[in-house]
Design a protein around this ligand. Sequence first.
Ligand SMILES: [Zn+2]
Length: 240
Amino acid sequence: MTISIIPLCVGILRNLPKSILVGAKGLNSSIDVPSIMWYLKGTKENIIVDTGPSVPLGQSSHLSSVEKTPDHEIEKVLASVGVCISEVKIVINTHLHWDHCSSNKLFKNAEFITQRKELQYAIAPFMSHQSAYEPKDNFLSVINRFNLVDGDEEIIPGVQVIQLPGHTPGHQGVLVKCDNANYLISGDCIGLYESWDECLIGSIYVNLEEYYASFKKIANLDAKILPGHDEKVFSTKEFC
Ligand SMILES: [Zn+2]
């Protein structure tokens, strides 16, 4: 089976403090970044990685505002790659922050693969992380369709989840073997290309030791990085 990866824009986070993506280097600056949903073309399950924000949004409690135009609507975005939302059987969530999973509820026929540790923490996070999860609005209504994994696991041949904690307790990336290269969909472990190039950790994390260990683990994967919020990914239509 030949698998390729198509990045799809499902919203724009406006005026995000850049420090969230690159730490101290981003102090005193803000940035507009895309919310990215990834389609793994060539899989019979029509695998999606992350689903982005939904509307209506509880924007006041978040660190950025969200722009979600009709062009960012999931059904329309999927139609642009020839997929009907009801045909998606597997959604992999890199983690359960609101801007990565709020649209899970739109995928009526999918199971949601995430790390057990992530769901456990997301249900009852410490106060400083509550607005990042908002379980009631974002994923509790579909909790019976979560398929929980513990650690690195092959989902289908050529697609593997890789545990990369630090940003959150159960954060994971998705390693995809394409014909010409291996790619790591890194989620928020790596926010921008410059985060990886300069080894910059974002300002939101739960465990710094684990975060740096995750960077080390990625370095040993022999994979090209697809960062969580870098608009430069859209300069390539399809990674293969
Ligand atoms: Zn996050």
